[in-house]
Design a binder for this molecule. Sequence first.
Ligand code: SAH
Length: 280
Amino acid sequence: MAEQGILSIVGIGPGAEEHTSPAALRAIAEADLIVGYTTYIRLVKRLIEGKEVIKTGMTEEIGRARAAVERARAGARVAIISSGDAGVYGMAGLVFQVLQEIGWKRGDSPELRLVPGMTALNACASLVGAPLGHDFCAISLSDLLTPWPVIERRIEAAAAADFVIGLYNPASGRRTRQIVRAQEIIAAHRAGTTPVALVKSAYRKLENVVLTDLDHFLEYEIGMLTTVLIGSSNTFLFEGYMVTPRGYTNKYTWDGDALPGQTPGRTLVVADERAAAEEA
Ligand code: SAH
């Protein structure tokens, strides 16, 4: 029987090494074979000197995932790397599908190690303020593997439910209509003045941040390396920061006392319910 291999599925964060976790750095250091998309391999170049590397283009993900699994199963220590978090629009799901396909069971070789990374939403949020301070969702506008009507339905639902929306894969050379349609759908539910941030290449060399609004964000460049953050109805701009409040001021004064009718640690009382409670 082959030696027990290790397959680490590693998110390396947005770009700069200081935003890669020590656990991710260790998983890379301990691997003999590194598998990943060329751009990400370049981001960790310094760490992989002397190691075997399988790097391929973006459309060869299935081949890469299979190669990683097969080598690890045969006893190698393999790190498969994605930018951000490997489980967020990354390779982790595909690796599990490959394992399922070959009939892998827990306890078999390879041992799996999942190493979390800082996803683009977190990295981009930190460059603009606190846009994710309340309920938010992520939607990818890539229709390469997902039918466009499904994506439209999700944008519509998120817009109607007043989520802060993070758009991954908003546009590419060939994909330009999708973001225009997304703007149209969201604008039907939110004010044109709703804050929008465009964050390109967060924590990488060509980092660029634009703070604008729902009526105007399409006037700026949006590409493969951009994440689009669209505020909810509560999101506001303050001193060049984008902020979605958590709701503290619904309940407390600035001295920390509960507002009339509110009780710390209990459900927030809203106007109609308060009237009903008083009547009872
Ligand atoms: N696994 C990655 C996402 C891969 S999908 C993660 O967790 O972040 C690729 C999309 O992620 C890009 O189109 C872009 O929208 C976003 N993205 C990834 N890295 C980024 C960065 N450094 N700055 C801004 N957006 C980024």
